[in-house]
Design a protein around this ligand. Structure first.
Ligand SMILES: [Zn+2]
Ligand SMILES: [Zn+2]
Length: 163
């Protein structure tokens, strides 16, 4: 896979367009791409890596779909899929091509994370989620706590790049 580098001004210009088109949403430069429903803010990573653009559109996808809370890890996964679908629609509008490989990689990372959470630490079988932070194993009846769920972070600035 060839390395694509975007011109420095690319992200800046895209953010200008997004700010114009979505005045109700605040766009803020950060070291991590994320959607914050509380502050109605999309954080984006200003980088020459095209993944920075894709993740900005992904987080805007969460914003436009009004993603706030989730009942379970499974519904969170569905939100991730939906946010990428929305990102692809947005990409078309702004003449961006999102790498299918990147998208699948993000979703796979997410599925792996969910898989680990739902595996019983005692017997290794899959458990059922009881609440946001609790799983129960139907095989050995064990229960275990998990950290609160979070949206997938499709892009994070690598340490070396951070000032
Ligand atoms: Zn078990
Ligand atoms: Zn997401």
């Amino acid at each position: 896979m060839g390395v694509t580098i975007l011109p420095r001004a690319y992200m800046k210009n895209l953010i200008k367009l997004l700010e114009r088109d979505y005045p109700a949403i605040a766009f803020r430069q950060s070291s991590i791409a994320q959607w914050s429903p509380q502050s109605h803010q999309v954080s984006y990573v200003s980088t020459e890596d095209p993944a920075g653009v894709w993740s900005t559109l992904h987080e805007l996808g969460h914003a436009l779909l009004d993603h706030r809370s989730y009942e379970s890890d499974v519904s969170l996964l569905q939100m991730e899929v939906d946010a990428w679908k929305k990102a692809i629609e947005l990409a078309e509008l702004y003449a961006v091509t999102i790498s299918e490989e990147h998208m699948q990689h993000c979703l796979d990372t997410y599925r792996d994370w969910l898989h680990k959470r739902s595996t019983c630490p005692t017997c290794g079988k899959h458990g059922l989620q009881q609440s946001n932070a609790l799983y129960r194993c139907l095989n050995c009846q064990g229960t275990w706590m998990v950290s609160s769920t979070r949206f997938c972070r499709p892009y994070r600035l690598r340490k070396a790049q951070t000032q």
